[in-house]
Design a protein around this ligand. Sequence first.
Ligand code: ATP
Ligand code: MG
Length: 572
Amino acid sequence: MAMMAQMSRLLVPTLREAPADAELASHRLLVRAGFIRRVDQTSGFYSLLPLGQRVKARIEAVIRQELDGIGGQECQLPIVQPASLWERSGRWAVYGQEMWRLADRHEHRYCLGPTHEEVITALVGGEVRSWRQLPQLLYQIQNKYRDEQRPRFGLLRSREFVMKDGYSFHTDEADFDRCYAEVYRAYERIFRRIGLDCRPVQADSGAIGGSLSHEFMALADAGEAEVVLCNACGYAADVERAEAGLRQPPPVRAMQRVATPGARSVEEVSSALGVVPAAVAKSLFFRATYADGRQEVVAALLPGDRTLNEVQLRNACGALELVPASPGEVEVPLGSAGPVGLRGVRLVTDREVASGGGWVVGANEEGVHLVGVCPGRDFDPGAVAALATARTGDACPECGAALRARRGIEVGQVFGLGTKYSAALGATYLDAAGQEIPMVMGCYGIGVTRTLAAVVEQHHDGDGIRWPAAVAPYGCALVTVGVGEQGAQAVEAAQAVGRRLADAGVDTLWDDRDERPGVKFKDADLIGLPVRVTFGRALERGLVEVKARTASEPQLLPLDAAPAAVAAVLQA
Ligand code: ATP
Ligand code: MG
């Protein structure tokens, strides 16, 4: 049932000024327009006010409809999860500081769920016995807790946030692939309906993967993620995953020692030797920590003009964590380190460096470099990986055209889990031959509150938010202005239009406050409902103003024509 709400009765505390900690438009506008408030002075915790809650509910409704449409079943899992489950999956020790840990009165340990693979795998593993009960696609919409290192940007990176998390269970990889494709398409529909310009991009699936993974990125300059896109063939990948196309390596020649006094950085070395930075192979050193607690020093060797892709380095050596090594941990001078004769260090070489050629590298001796160093001939490249972060202008790995880098907000991710969790937690089924087999799993996340903020990031102007009709807290603002008899006439007309719109299924927000017209118009633009109807002086001639939030000018229409005009804007 559609309704007409009266602004004078609602908690919509709009502000003229943005809070000092708000750097991004979405954060500023959601606070100023009265959708969210930070809890006390604590970063990363927000209350959703009534308008914010309505938008969240509408986003959730779209998600539910699309997931139910492909056979998803909504459930609700506990937020508090026992440590014992996470110990069985091996993640209690490795999840790190993002996990909120707590103990009960008996000193039993728990966490506040940052995600729910363990709980759902144990649940399904306990209930599902036979291949006849598979597949299962379950999801929930719930608060998640992550003690983020840098909570910021309002709802975009908070420590408590709403996630839709879904998990699927299959007899085999082929059935998982089918489900993955269905969820992927459902996600495309969800974000399109919500009004987000969103790209699915290939994502890093980490050390556990090998399996499929895509992230859904809302393109926005404010995004923390970076993606590379190819306009020619449609290739799209998170930079964490993308491989830059290989360039011609520097020409092969004999290896030679050269003095480079005082030259330590790539720039200094390349200008001392009269070569381009791309002809220098730099060595970067890290202390790697593995899941079993073991540590070692890892060296990454990559072209001097390239930024290291740390995710690929981590995948290549299987480390849990990499921290830049301090000079004391490395036996060679960091300003002239290189792979020739390097000992006691695990070397990972970038594909381009490993492809051949004669490179400039440090000689592991202060003030000395080697030129013409050839991988394979002069040193063992060790593991080879795509260590260079892809950037604008690089060749697309699929078609060779130029890639373009863009920023994005990761609003969702779909991910193949294989049998990592089912094997660890005993989620097995009996196949037709009576054999016990671990289930193949997938997981599917959408950041609901992050999506809400991403919509604002993509839909606003200097005056405020411009909600897409599908998720707006109300469809239409009714603004009455005027005092005395004129005011009474405006109220009567607004109520009539509000009733007709309610009958047509449109929720309206009537600004019935005792405020000056200027204040009402400013707030209406700030709150950003898709269309506004103004009941003022023109009513003397039987006319009202209908203005789409995105239009520059209002239309002056007969009162009777207003509901249809509103509906037209909402359907556009
Ligand atoms: P990020 O790389 O941004 O930290 P993530 O890879 O940790 O994200 P997932 O574990 O895949 O995120 O969680 C699923 C979804 O939950 C993400 O796609 C994102 O939309 C949302 N999300 C994750 N962390 C946060 C957060 N701190 N605040 C709001 N939403 C979040
Ligand atoms: Mg994260």
